[in-house]
Write a protein that binds this ligand. Structure first.
Ligand code: OGA
Ligand code: MN
Length: 298
């Protein structure tokens, strides 16, 4: 049986049916999924009652898995280690987190528009998020299409943005969401990194903006001007015509292209309801500047 494709819009977000991710995926089905992924950037797989091992096996077909943790596990213990990021509101022993927990303060940053791991020198290709338990109210995930947002720029803007390099830093987004409590180990592991403002998606040659709340400065521009431009672009990309809002059903898997989308979690009563979500992230092939042929100092 071949997969079924049900697009949400002409070029952005599609549901995939007739796939069983509990089983090894035939190559032809994987190829059809990959094709759809390059085109639609966000894929939704309903009714996938998969184990973490099965989620990981599917993710690995797209490339190497990101294993490095952002937070120091000693300062913030997690239910998972290695390949899995815990996107739930649960502590390491499975209880709803406390109002003042470090985990909760840090994860509040996920409510800002961002793309995963743009603050790492080697950023992310895709994240695959599986919902075990959903919140009955709220707790949606919104996605914004940075390719369509690029297409909608004026020719003058497209020309002005060509070749600009942006500094992404986890401390920039976390300062904005009220978390300043990184320890020395975390600060040392997570220095600011350069990324292109405009990138080309190799599979289809589409150009895309690449902004996120992690972005803070633009190289060669006064800090306040760079900040103002980044804020203007964050507003531009997240206009409603570029946004798809995903309302989760239990056992759904959603994967998104971190190279050309942003996402954010919407609010829910996280001290009352369990929202159990598990993420695996696949690394991109290289830093965006290196992909664009700009050589970076080591
Ligand atoms: C993520 C993320 C937002 C959400 O999984 O990377 O930012 O809806 N999730 O929880
Ligand atoms: Mn995220």
């Amino acid at each position: 049986m071949t997969i079924t494709l049900s697009p949400m819009t002409a070029n952005f977000a599609a549901e995939i049916g007739d796939v069983d991710l509990t089983r090894p995926l035939p190559d032809a089905d994987f190829a059809a999924i990959a094709d759809a992924f390059w085109k639609y950037s966000v894929l939704i797989f309903p009714n996938q009652d998969i184990s973490q091992q099965q989620q990981l096996a599917f993710a690995e077909r797209f490339g190497p898995i990101e294993k490095e943790r952002t937070l120091d596990p000693k300062a913030t213990p997690s239910r998972f280690d290695g390949a899995f990021s815990d996107i739930s509101n649960l502590t390491a022993d499975g209880k709803i987190w406390a109002a003042d927990s470090r985990q909760r303060m840090y994860k509040a940053g996920n409510k800002l528009w961002h793309t995963d791991s743009s603050f790492k020198r080697l950023p992310a290709l895709t994240s695959l998020l599986h919902a075990r338990t959903t919140a009955p109210v709220g707790g949606h995930t919104q996605f914004a299409d940075q390719r369509a947002a690029y297409d909608a720029l004026s020719d003058k803007e497209k020309k002005a943005f060509e070749g600009l390099i942006v500094e992404h830093w986890i401390a920039t987004s976390r300062r904005r969401s009220g978390f300043t409590d990184f320890n020395e180990d975390e600060m040392r592991r997570l220095p600011p990194v350069p990324q292109m403002l405009v990138r080309v998606i190799p599979q289809n040659q589409r150009k895309s903006l690449y902004v996120a709340s992690h972005a803070g400065r633009i190289f060669g521009m006064p800090d306040d001007e760079g900040r103002a431009l980044i804020d203007r672009l964050l507003d531009h990309v997240t206009q409603r015509q570029f946004v798809y809002t995903h309302r989760w059903r239990a056992n759904e898997l959603v994967m998104w292209d971190n190279r050309c989308t942003m996402h954010r979690g919407t609010d829910y009563d996280d001290l009352r309801y369990v929202r159990d979500m598990r993420r695996v992230t696949v690394s991109d092939i290289a830093n965006t500047c290196e992909q664009a042929g700009v050589t970076l100092a080591a």
